[in-house]
Design a protein around this ligand. Sequence first.
Ligand SMILES: Nc1ncnc2c1ncn2[C@@H]1O[C@H](COP(=O)(O)OP(=O)(O)OP(=O)(O)O)[C@@H](O)[C@H]1O
Length: 444
Amino acid sequence: MTGSAVQLSVPTRFLKAWIQDHYLDRLSELWREESGTTRVDLVVRTAVARTVPLKAANAPREIVSERPVVAPTAAAPARSQPVAAPTAPASAQPADVAAGSPLDARLTFETFVVGKSNTLAHAAARQVAEAVPGAAPLFNPLYMHAAVGLGKTHLLQAVAWAGAARGRRVVYLTAERFMYGFVAALKSHAAIAFKDALRSIDTLVIDDLQFLTGKNMQQEFCHTLNALMDAGRQVVVAADRPPSELDALDDRVRSRLAGGLVVELAPLEEDLRAQILKTRSVSLSEQHRGFAVPSAVLEFLARHVGTSGRDLDGALNKLLAVNKLTGEPVTLEMAETAVKDLVRPCDPKRVRVDDILRVVAKHYNVTRADLLSQRRTANVVKPRQIAMYLAKTLTLRSLPEIGRRFGGRDHTTVLHAVRKIDGLIATDRALADEIETLKRLVAE
Ligand SMILES: Nc1ncnc2c1ncn2[C@@H]1O[C@H](COP(=O)(O)OP(=O)(O)OP(=O)(O)O)[C@@H](O)[C@H]1O
């Protein structure tokens, strides 16, 4: 703090811009109230965040990582840390680089949702994290791979948190950070200290291994891997492809990586996406008064937005932003417009309004013509509303389009039907089950 100004540092330019755009006024106000400071300056840190060097043998058991802490608010932008180029400022100490900065507090086993596509990876990660300290590792290295946004980093950080909670010394590094540390060590003639720092830990967690390049780097990584594994320490690695496809890697490194347990995280299936969305939206609602995402919207997102966790985060963040900035409550209509650009271009099975009319008519023993007619008897009105609801949630058709397909009705009639059924599903378990059955029948 200097005179009337306070300087706050953040690890990335992205974070600086985000805070500047969204929180600077609030921050300035709080500082003014607390200390009379009139100006808040944001700067980007150039060196590593930690100041306590990692002391090999007698350091307190702790967890260290190079990713920034993200306050547990899902309103924050999607986590994607711009990676540091593997060139280090001369002032960076190798031991500091090996230590890195804290982990993302949200990425734990408690917040990881398990489904068909990630059961094995989750079980293996848990097993590794919860092994008795000192016991010989069961799967070593544990190698997890998946396409982007399917939960690799989340699982790796969960391993790191859980391992540290059990008293293990865990280091979490991306491959880039590993390279950065090595270059820093070479520059400051402290390569031995760097190696010692890394080799004295219990669990080494390396993320984004596909970015490990350069012969020297690979050699160094291979030595570290061998040293740790030969000493019975656990190594956990994640990459965007299996070891056999890491073309840039030396054969020896590849075979060492493939020699433990290799598990894949598949694209998140719809049920899992729905579950993740539900969990996230609950925590968003807790953090932002007045923000609520109806279940029909969550279903719509689970069905139509992409198959990665990042797509889901993006969709919810978009709804939150629109809700906060315009005050518009989250409805199917609002969501449809807000996430238009995030909707998958081609759905594996395109549901047609005709399929819905056929299935609903058969199920309720009415005719297709009844559903499209102007008749208002109860035995026709409810199936018609259910059919409209299904048309809205299972297809990408707009309300006016659906109105036209249902005997030329107005879009407000469709909206009324969608809201009505949505409300009933929340309180009527039997109806909710019935609609699930209809959805399955329509999808067949
Ligand atoms: N099973 C899950 N349960 C809860 N959240 C999940 C799950 N899978 C993914 N996510 C969330 O999706 C987002 C992206 O996940 P993550 O960063 O772990 O992906 P990744 O596989 O490491 O991707 P990349 O290769 O791009 O680094 C995160 O917010 C993460 O918490």
